[in-house]
Design a protein around this ligand. Structure first.
Ligand SMILES: C[S@@+](CC[C@H](N)C(=O)[O-])C[C@H]1O[C@@H](n2cnc3c(N)ncnc32)[C@H](O)[C@@H]1O
Length: 369
């Protein structure tokens, strides 16, 4: 039996061009701006606790695009305000950018000189200095030496799983998650349990690894997409935007444009946990003390569509395409991608005519024990 594919083999955001992640990451940018107050409070706490001479930081799942260095800029600005209030000398910064091996780190590196230049212009020649490095690798495992980092950040990355969930096939050989690419209202309990089990194993490994890499008392801020506790949804509502994407694929199966078998074998390697599931896994793993735990909403189009339903559908489809196309193209073929995402844009518009299309975001700040 073939082993399940690992994320290193299949996951990578869309690179270069109109459909790239770099050009379509406005949802993630909005999420980072909403999470900023918690980031600032956490950095204040960290700095007041320890005043490190060189702040060692890491952003896990940094991707390649405008958000990659934006976080570092937010951190530098926040620390600058805090240290001025406390009349302290500027610290040095060492920032590690982490993502999977296939991430376009070259594009990130090319943007570093102008980032340094902007810092020098705005903050003065004797600022920092700030050293940026890459640390490629899978964050479901160790990335750094013991007790090395003061602060870890990760936004919109830990809802990705470490592997594609195994094929959901019953003992009689039928597909248990038939017609879906992810959890949907029609998914049986066993499929939910398999996803949840993978989430718990991944997150436990993630937390244990980070706890070893952080200094005692080090902090971590994580933001991820979540979902509400299961509620009985009316028939015309979906449990997540991925269900709507799955319905679009299913329409294409009905029209003979995609083979049914391909849809039945596609299970997206992500899991949107409930806030309770996140809290529980952190508590049960035990290495971290939760200092802040919040949820907030961002609409599927991050309000980019300005209320115009057609535009809203297009924005959401472009945003989804930037992250999901590489995986979906492997399953269904490059040649159906334009059609799939055009149909998906129209489906999102129609859905948003009747319902709110929103991401529930879970934001948690923890301190290493
Ligand atoms: C949607 S992007 C978010 C990027 C950025 N943090 C932002 O907010 O714009 C998610 C990133 O997480 C990365 N990722 C997912 N699983 C990972 C893993 N196990 N190890 C390292 N990076 C991972 C993906 O490759 C992708 O670049």
């Amino acid at each position: 039996m073939a082993l399940p594919l690992t994320m290193d083999q299949i996951l990578c955001m869309n690179g270069e061009g109109k459909a790239s992640y770099a050009k379509n990451s406005f949802v993630q940018e909005k999420v980072m701006s909403k999470a900023k107050p918690v980031l600032q409070e956490t950095l204040r706490e960290l700095y007041l606790d320890s005043f490190p001479e060189c702040l060692k930081l890491a952003d896990l799942g940094c991707s390649s695009g405008p958000n990659t260095l934006l976080l570092l800029r937010e951190i530098i600005d926040s620390i600058d305000v805090i240290r001025k209030q406390l009349n302290k000398k500027e610290p040095m910064f060492q920032m590690f950018l982490n993502d999977l091996f296939r991430n376009d780190f070259n594009a990130v590196f090319r943007s570093i000189p102008s980032f340094y230049e902007e810092l020098r212009r705005e903050k003065g020649g004797d600022f920092g200095p700030c050293f940026i490095a890459a640390m490629p690798g899978n964050f479901y495992g160790r990335l750094f030496p013991d007790r090395y980092l003061h602060f870890i950040h990760s936004s919109y990355s830990v809802h990705w799983r470490s592997q594609v969930p195994g094929n959901f096939v019953s003992e009689f050989g039928s597909h248990l998650n038939k017609g879906n690419i992810y959890l949907a209202r029609t998914s049986p309990k066993s499929v939910l349990e398999a996803y949840l089990d993978l989430f718990k194993r991944d997150m436990t490994l993630f937390l244990t690894s980070r706890s070893k890499e952080l200094v005692p008392g080090g902090h971590m801020v994580l933001t991820m997409i979540g979902r509400y506790m299961s509620v009985n949804l009316p028939d015309d509502q979906v449990s997540s935007v991925l269900e709507l994407l799955g319905m679009t694929v299913s329409d294409m199966v009905q029209e003979g444009l995609i083979e049914e078998e391909k849809l039945d074998n596609c299970n997206m390697p992500c899991y949107l946990p409930t806030p309770e599931e996140v809290r529980k896994v952190i508590q049960e793993e035990g290495s971290f003390h939760i200092t802040r735990f919040e949820t907030f909403i961002v609409s599927w189009d991050a309000e980019m569509g300005d209320g115009d339903l057609r535009a809203r559908g297009k924005y959401e489809a472009a945003s989804m395409r930037a992250i999901a196309e590489p995986i979906l193209a492997v399953h269904f073929g490059e040649e159906v991608m334009d059609d799939l995402f055009e149909r998906f844009a129209r489906k999102v518009s129609r859905y948003m005519e009747l319902h709110k299309g929103e991401y529930l975001n879970i934001l948690v700040s923890v301190k290493n024990r």
